[in-house]
Write a protein that binds this ligand. Structure first.
Ligand SMILES: Nc1ncnc2c1ncn2[C@@H]1O[C@H](COP(=O)(O)OP(=O)(O)O)[C@@H](O)[C@H]1O
Ligand SMILES: Cc1cn([C@H]2C[C@H](O)[C@@H](COP(=O)(O)OP(=O)(O)O)O2)c(=O)[nH]c1=O
Length: 206
């Protein structure tokens, strides 16, 4: 028996966490076993690495060290949480995954996608989602949502400038164009329930 692996991606404040919860609930209502998880984190080891990644000064890590920490967290998360859940037949709904590393570390930080894919092969046998839902929202609206949620203080990533976040969004869009069968761009504006309906529609074929 094998489940389905669904990831939500996009910049900060677009509604990924909100929609991960709503999507998990909708899938449970349809009778599926659902495991809701997130990155960085999702297993004990990966949550410990999450604290290293998100707390502290903006320049705490070099870009290379940061890429390795995200890959290490993902390796533990895949081995301890995602693979066992899929083997048991569950649908896994994950808030961020490899595409976040490709957009933030790979593109915006300049590490390069090829090298990150090698790390992912080493750490997680290259496991890829069955479907990736890319939430898209105008930058100003995403920032307004994130600021309403976090106040003035975001994490080490939220504190980066508008050019950085624009580079991340461009990279996500390029990934979606390169892999249209897996990655579906979804408009993230409007009421949460409307967004959830768009996400469910984008799970066609699964
Ligand atoms: N459709 C929506 N309309 C308005 N506000 C929203 C919507 N979805 C989420 N929010 C709010 O915006 C903020 C950011 O949402 P969140 O799900 O935490 O985003 P992300 O996980 O992508 O950073 C939260 O305060 C959340 O309650
Ligand atoms: C999973 C992942 C996250 N990140 C960054 C994106 C976020 O700014 C930060 C924390 O993610 P998250 O807690 O999902 O933040 P938000 O809810 O604001 O979107 O980690 C990477 O840079 N690379 C990665 O591989």
């Amino acid at each position: 028996m094998s489940g389905r692996f669904i990831t939500l991606e996009g910049g900060e404040g677009v509604g990924k966490s909100t929609q991960a919860r709503a999507l998990a609930q909708a899938l449970r209502a349809r009778g599926h076993d659902v495991v809701e998880t997130r990155e960085p984190g999702g297993s004990a080891g990966a949550e410990a690495i999450r604290a290293l990644l998100l707390e502290g000064a903006g320049d705490r890590w070099t870009p290379g060290a940061e890429a390795l920490l995200f890959a290490a967290a993902r390796a533990d998360h895949v081995a301890r949480t995602i693979k066992p859940a899929l083997a048991a037949g569950a649908w896994v709904v994950c808030d961020r995954f490899l595409d976040s590393s490709l957009a933030y570390q790979g593109a915006a930080d300049g590490i390069g996608a090829d090298r990150l894919r090698v790390l992912h092969e080493v750490g997680a046998s290259g496991l890829m989602p069955d479907r990736t839902l890319l939430l898209l929202l105008p930058e100003a609206e995403a920032l307004a949502r994130a600021t309403r949620r976090d106040g003035a203080e975001g994490d080490r990533f939220g504190a980066r400038d508008a050019a950085y976040h624009a580079a991340v969004t461009r990279a996500f869009r390029a990934l979606a164009e390169a892999e249209p069968a897996r990655i579906r761009p979804i408009a993230a504006d409007g009421a949460p329930e409307a967004v959830t309906a768009r996400l469910l529609a984008a799970l066609d074929g699964l």
